[in-house]
Design a protein. Sequence first.
Length: 453
Amino acid sequence: GVLGSVAVLLNNILGPGIANFSGVYQESGWLPPTLTVLLCVASSVASGDMLLAVMRAYPGNNSFMLRVEYGTLCRQYFGPRVAIFCQGLFQLAMLCANISNIIQTAQVLDYFVASLNHEKSCALMFYPHFEGFCHRSSTDVTPFGTGKIVLSIGMGIVALLSIPLGYWNLDDNIIVQNVALMVIILSIIAWLGIFGVLGLEGERVPAIGSSLHNMGGTILFNFMFISTIPSWICEKKPTVRPLVVIIFTLALAIAGYVSVGILGGMAFEPYFSSDNTLLSELNHITAQDASRSVRMTAVVSVQAYAISANLASIPIFSILMRYNLIDSGVMGPKAAGAVSVLVPFGVSVILYTGQGFKDIVDFSGTFTSAFVNLMVPSLLFLAALREKEKRASEPLEPEDVRNALQVRRMWSASGSLATSSAGPQRLWRCIAWVNLLLMLLLTTVSIVDQYSS
C-alpha cells in the first residue's frame, strides 16, 4: 500500500548518508548544500517520471503487469555492451550502498556494546596481526581506533539480524519497513530536540562555508532510491500512484536533510575534518554538555535509528541485487542470493575502521549513484523516444492505442511516449537533456573535488 511504498523509498533515502549532513553543512555552509539538495530533488522527480514512462513503454507493460527490472530496461533500450556496463554499475551502486549501511550500523552497535562493557567492545582482529581483543576509544568512529581490519561484535549482530531478511522478497519485508519508518521519524524528532538542548550557534553553519569538499558526493549518495523504482513497481499494489508517492517521499526527505544538516551543524563543535559522523557525535555527548536524560535519549535514538534505518535498508539492497542478477541470467537464485547477501559483509569488514564509511559514501555518490539514479533514466527515456520516432510511420498496434488511452496526463513523461503529440515530446526531450547535463556536471565537479585534495 501507500504506507509500505513510502517506507521502502524513505528508508532508502534517509539511510546512512544523513549521518554526514551536519558535517557537510558545517564545512560548506547552509546555502550550497541546500541548493544542491533541491537540485537533486528536482532531478529525482524528473528521473522518476521518465523511468516510469520507460517502464510503461516496455512491450506489454503499459499497466505494469510484467516483471521489468532495472536491468531489463538497460537490455531493452541500450546496445549489448552498454547494457552490460549499465547493469554492472547498478550492481556496484547497490553494493556500495549496502556496505555503507552495514558499516554504520555495526559502528553504532559496537558503541552500544561498549556502553554495557566498561566502554569497551570486542572483536577478532585480522590486521595488522591476528588476535581477539577488547578496546576503548571515545573519539574515533569505532571503539577499536583506526588502521585495523576487525570482525566486531557489532558486525556479527548486524549479520545475524539482516542476512535472513536478504533472502526474502521485497513485499515480504513491508512490515519491517513500516516499523522502521516510524522509528526513523521519532529518532529524527528526538535529535532535533537534543540539538536545541545543546544550544545552537549560528556561526558554526555560515551561509557559505570554508570548503565544498565532498559536498556533491555526499548529497548525491542520498538519492539512491530511483534505481529501486522498477523492483518496487513490480510488487506494489495497483492502487498506489507511483509519482505521487515519489514526490511525497522527496518532500519528507528535504525536511529531514535540511533540518538535521543545519541544526545538527549548529549544535556541535565543527567535526568535519575528523572521521566522526553525526551519530558518533551524539554518542560522545558528555556530562558537561547535557544531563543524563539527554545523553540517554541521544544514545537510545542513535541505536534505534541505526537499527531501523540501516537494518531495514540492508536487506532491500541485497534483494535488488539478487533480483537483477537473476533477471540478467548471470546467476541462478542460489548463487545470486549468496553473492548479494554475503559479499557486502566481506567488504564491510575490510573497510570498517577509520575513513572506510566516508570513503565508500564519497565513491558511491560520485561514481555510481548519480549515474545509475539520475543519468541513466534520462538516457533510457531518450532511447525510448528515439525508438518511438522510428515507429512513427507504422500503424498503431492495439497495445499502443490502449497505452495512449490509459495515460491521462499527456504532458507527463508517460504521455510523451504514449501519444504522437509533438509538444510533450519536445518538452520531455529538453527535460531529459537538461537533467542529464546538469547531473553530469555535478558529478564531474564532485569527482574532481574528491581527488584533487
